[in-house]
Design a binder for this molecule. Structure first.
Ligand code: HEM
Ligand SMILES: *[C@@H]1O[C@H](CO)[C@@H](O)[C@H](O)[C@H]1NC(C)=O
Length: 338
């Protein structure tokens, strides 16, 4: 008996060891997979890409706006598409929270992507995955790196208005911002790399007005800001209107190209938001702990691209809903019926 079981159990033991290894590796990579829709919606990538290509013809800012949506989704309740839900009954939309209201944009493009996917493969692709794919494609279309997008997230059934109000703010100090990222296991390299998304897109005057005229209630501009840049910004962002929605480019040298010039700006004290410049210099002139990473990315676009891609995959892995959790929304703005 013993001799007849042992030849069979030897390969079984090897098989079990392999399965355990695969499970361990799988657990480390998370439950998401780049091949998730290979059978169920083989053209998902091309479909998302086509809709974004069409949208950005009329609005070159769209790629930037879409990247930001993925960030604001993942940092609130995980990457579950909760940001996309509109107000409904007792549910308060995240879209109306302070960091998003009058600011987060691109929702119509997400609707367009969802509609195209519902006609190609109904009920299959989640809104949360659409945001992850749209972010990668937007970076790539803007000249940035590409990476394998992990897929298989499902959509949440609730919005978290208070959570959205706690998103990183441009007026948060460096330590608070680092804390908000490390809460999601994103280290300083991830933190500095992810803010490099500000290499494209725009920001409204009201979000940096204090830096130009009345920094920390001092009635003086932010002393860290380059003077020529200060006077440039004042031309489109007037003292008289601290609520102005006039736009400035986050990366003036190459406003719509995904490159590393954002970090070069910061080295020249030409970061637009307090949170951008704060990665280099702490108030009082002390060097910030993140300063060496800013220098490294300014010196090497390849380093920045690699770290950005790694950090985007990590951010996309924040608390996804998988298995039987959540649902696949049919319309990204509302939870399904029943
Ligand atoms: C320290 C953390 C961050 C802060 C405080 C911050 C803050 C801001 C602010 C205030 C704006 C301007 C919004 C407006 O004027 O309406 C903005 C725009 C933008 N943010 Fe961030 N952000 C942060 C991190 C990130 C991350 C991690 C990403 C993506 C990976 C990102 C992507 C963008 C993009 C692409 C835009 C331009 C959007 C557009 O033109 O529509 N940001 N951010
Ligand atoms: C300057 O900022 C302080 C504090 O933020 C505020 O109380 C004050 O009203 C501001 N002054 C002007 C002229 O905007």
């Amino acid at each position: 008996m013993a001799s007849s079981t042992s030849p069979a159990s030897a390969p079984a033991a090897v098989l079990c060891a392999l399965l355990a290894l695969a499970a361990a590796l799988g657990a480390r990579a998370g439950p998401l997979s780049p091949a998730y829709y290979e059978e169920s919606c083989p053209h998902v990538y091309d479909t998302v890409r086509r809709v974004i290509q069409e949208a950005r013809v009329g609005d070159p800012r769209i790629p930037a706006s879409l990247i930001r949506l993925h960030f604001h989704d993942c940092f609130v309740n995980g990457c579950d598409g909760s940001l996309l839900l509109d107000d409904a009954g007792a549910m308060q939309s995240e879209k109306n929270a302070l960091p998003n209201r009058g600011s987060a944009r691109g929702f119509e493009v997400v609707d367009g992507i969802k509609a195209a996917l519902e006609s190609a493969c109904p009920g299959v692709v989640s809104c949360a995955d659409i945001l992850a794919l749209a972010a990668e494609i937007s970076v790539e279309l803007s000249g940035g790196p590409n990476w394998n997008v992990f897929l298989g997230r499902r959509d949440g059934m609730t919005a978290n208005f208070d959570g959205a109000n706690n998103l990183p703010a441009p007026t948060d100090d460096l330590d608070l911002l680092r804390q908000k990222f490390s809460d999601f296991n994103l280290d300083d390299t991830d933190f500095v790399a992810l803010q490099g998304a500000h290499t494209i897109g725009r920001a409204q005057c009201r979000l940096f007005h204090d830096r130009l005229y009345n920094f920390s209630g001092s009635m003086q501009p932010d002393q860290t800001m380059d003077l020529a840049y200060l006077s440039e910004l004042r031309q489109s962002c007037p003292a008289s209107d601290s609520e102005s929605t006039a736009l400035s480019n986050l990366d003036p040298p190459t406003p719509d190209a995904f490159d590393n010039s954002y970090y070069g700006n910061i080295l020249c004290n030409r970061g637009l938001l307090q949170s951008d410049q704060g990665m280099l210099s702490a108030p009082g002139g002390a060097a910030a702990p993140t300063a060496p990473i800013v220098g490294r990315f300014a010196a090497s676009q390849a380093d920045f691209f690699q770290s950005f891609a790694t950090a985007m995959v990590k951010m996309g892995n924040i608390a996804p809903l998988t298995g039987s959790m959540g649902e696949i929304r049919r319309n990204c703005r509302v939870v399904n019926w029943g």
